[in-house]
Design a protein around this ligand. Sequence first.
Ligand code: ZN
Length: 240
Amino acid sequence: MKIVDAHSHAYDYSKNELEKLEKDFIIISVSEDYSTSKKSIELSKIYRNIIPVVGIHPWIPHRINVKDELRKIEELIKRTSIKIIGEIGLDKTRFRKTLDVQLKVFEELLKTAADYDLAVNIHSAGTAGKIFQLLLKYDIKKAYFHWYTGSIPLMKQIESVGYFIGINVVFEDSKNNFEAAKNVNLRNVLFESDGPYKTRGIRLSTFMLKNTIEKFAELRGIKPEKAIKISYKNLMRYLK
Ligand SMILES: [Zn+2]
C-alpha cells in the first residue's frame, strides 16, 4: 500500500526525486500562490501520485495583489478538477503584523471552498482555535490541520467533527506535535513531510515518512503496516 504524504510542496523537489517518489508515495502537493498552484497542477499531469492543491499561504498576502491573486486561484478551481484548497490559514507566530490581510484572504478562500464543496489543507501556527471556529462558521466539511501544534483538548474538538490532524516527519522533535501523536484518534490521523523544507538543519522530505510511521506505530503500540493502512483510508475519506 502506498504511503500518504498529506502536506508537501512537491514543486520544490528535483525531477530525480519526483521520479523516485512516484512508486511508493501519494503526495498532496499544497501551493503558496497562483504561480506554485499552477506548478502543482502541471506536476499532477506528469506524476500520477501527485494530488494538486491550490491556495495562498498566510505568509504571502502582504506581498501580493490580493484581489487579483484570489480571482486567478478561483479561475484555476473552475477550470480544473481541484479537490482541495491549501496551504491556507493564519500565522500568528511569524507574521503577527499581517494578520488582518491574512484573515481577509483566508475567509475569501473558505467561502470558495464552501461554494465548490472542497476540502482545505490548513496552516494554523498559533491560531488553531480561531481557525477551527472559522471552519465551522463557513460550514467546511473536510479539513486537515497540517503539522498540528495546538492543545490536546482543542484537538479532541477538531476530531469530533471529523477533521484530520497532521503528524510531521519530525514530530519527535516538535513538543506539541509529539503530544498530538500520542493522543490523536487513529481515525483522524494523517502523516506529512512539509518537504522539501529545511528546519533546524534538517531537510524534511517525503522519503522520511517510512521511518516516521514506524516511530509513530511504536509509540501507539500498533504495527507500521496498520498505520500506513489507516492513513490511506483517512486520505480516502478526506478526498471523498
Ligand atoms: Zn507547508
